[in-house]
Design a protein around this ligand. Structure first.
Ligand code: SAJ
Length: 444
């Protein structure tokens, strides 16, 4: 392909600048994906410009104050001190960058339709300042087709041509919030560009921070890979959630069944029942795929049924709590219910789509006097007002008619909780193995 010399030089220059680390990397969206990525590129020796629309986040980054559990303030301060990271709200500064990673949220609307407004907004901003030779990578979890059908036309409104004047690829974030084992460096990174050259440039970029980079043939494969990874989790969690309900009816312990199945060294992978699924991705991704599939007159019934089962878990758990209180001559209405763990999963301080929050609201709506403890989350908002985390003491436990283990934070001493509670409803199976009349478990 014959380029006009100016354009060819710019694209060739990018390869050089990434290889010799003189490139400036733009990270748009400094959340649980963007901030760790910004620090990773700065630690790899690049100058990084973080762009976020939230002034308080920008100020916190520039002051070296991390607000993301997976990023320490010390790492942030080192990157700032080394003049390798700075944050701004000014999108116009993106013209200073050579590569831009878009790490903005892809939530759902109230009717569970994809909300790509952040992706669209940032693509439009990037298009305003797009320079020949830049590499743009979308990281946000989304349905197959977003990069090519939505982001590319917006960027080409700059009159620059994708694949010729600038590179464009999709590379899904693969973050397991709170994981002590996996991070950017040791998690293989998928990259799929709109042209082979775009794929190659994305591969070159991410090979600076990830040990393994896996090129795929196009953005659609990369987008579908990510959605599939998360839908795989969603359907398997739904399977054990449905099994938990059946096991209760059949008076079989689902926890014992799962632990026994886990002894199979091949062809099985354990998932566990819970009060529902929270987080940034698992509750949302099935609806992204289902929405896109409808364009092909394809109804992802299995995937949507799984999402529905997971969504219903807080309601099911609330019903089981009513039954457990009732069996002890206590009505939920007026009962003191103390929830342990407001976060969406253990050892994280994140409330996004938290099933614990849904459960608190449901119990409160049915007349219970609800309170909670979560060492990571000082306060929460319910429809009737805010609640502050109550200290976990013998007194606060014994004062409750029912203590619910909703997020099994490692800091909870389960034996102490059982010893000082009238009734414990365990949604996470952390009391399994303990024999006591005051324990009721999901899935038994
Ligand atoms: N959950 C269960 N039972 C299980 C596993 C999870 O009820 O067996 C619940 C959790 O309590 C939580 C929800 O599902 O409420 C989601 O937990 P998760 O760990 O599956 O998902 P995230 O959002 O914390 O992180 C995930 C990544 N997690 C893992 O791989 C373990 C991965 O799926 C994605 O890379 C990441 O989301 C993302 O951002 O896409």
């Amino acid at each position: 392909m014959i380029y006009e010399s100016g354009k060819d030089t710019a694209l060739l220059k990018l390869e050089e600048k990434i290889s010799d680390k003189s490139a400036t990397i733009g990270i748009v969206g400094l959340g649980y994906v963007g901030l760790p990525l910004a620090v990773a590129f700065s630690e790899a020796g690049f100058k990084v410009l973080g762009v976020d629309m939230q002034r308080k986040r920008v100020d916190a980054v520039n002051q070296g104050q991390s607000y993301i559990a997976d990023v320490s303030s010390e790492c942030l301060q080192a990157a700032i001190a080394g003049n390798r990271l700075q944050a701004t709200t000014e999108q116009s500064r993106l013209k200073e960058t050579d590569a831009i990673c878009i790490c903005v949220p892809t939530p759902l609307t109230k009717t569970k339709d994809p909300d790509l407004s952040y992706v669209i907004h940032e693509s439009k901003e990037i298009a305003k300042y797009l320079q020949p030779g830049q590499l743009i990578v979308l990281e946000s979890t989304t349905y197959p087709g977003t990069t090519r059908e939505m982001v590319l036309p917006i960027l080409e409104s700059s009159k620059l041509k994708g694949g010729m004047d600038f590179y464009l690829a999709y590379s899904p974030e693969r973050v397991d919030p709170g994981s002590k084992k996996y991070g950017i460096k040791n998690t293989p990174k998928i990259v799929g560009g709109i042209t082979p050259r775009s794929t190659e440039m994305a591969r070159l970029l991410y090979s600076q921070v990830a040990e393994t980079v896996i090129p795929v043939s196009c953005p659609e494969v990369a987008e579908m890979t990510k959605i599939f990874e998360n839908v795989f989790r969603s359907v398997n969690i739904a399977l054990v959630n449905e099994l938990a309900e059946l096991c209760h009816d059949m008076n079989v312990s689902v926890w014992e069944v799962i632990d026994a199945a886990s002894t199979k060294p091949f062809g099985y992978m354990p998932f566990y029942p819970g009060p529902g699924v929270g987080g940034h991705c698992i509750p949302l991704d099935p609806y992204y795929l289902a929405n896109k599939a409808r364009e092909f007159d394809f109804h992802t019934r299995f995937i949507e049924l799984a999402a529905e089962i997971n969504e219903r878990m807080p309601y099911y758990v609330a019903l089981r709590i009513v039954e457990a209180l009732n069996a002890r001559g206590k009505s939920l209405n007026g009962a003191n219910v103390f929830i342990l763990g407001a976060a969406y999963k253990k050892d994280v301080g994140d409330m996004r789509e938290s099933p614990s929050l849904k459960l608190l609201q449901l119990l409160s709506d049915k007349g219970a006097d609800v309170s909670y403890n979560d060492p990571y989350i000082p306060n929460i908002q319910l429809s009737q007002g805010s609640l502050t985390s109550i200290e976990l003491t013998k007194e606060s436990l014994s004062a409750a008619d029912c203590v619910v283990i909703a997020a099994d934070h490692s800091c909870y001493n389960v034996n102490e909780v059982v010893a000082h509670s009238k009734l414990v409803f365990d949604t996470r199976g952390v009391t399994r193995g303990l024999k006591a009349d005051n324990i009721v478990r999901l899935g038994e």
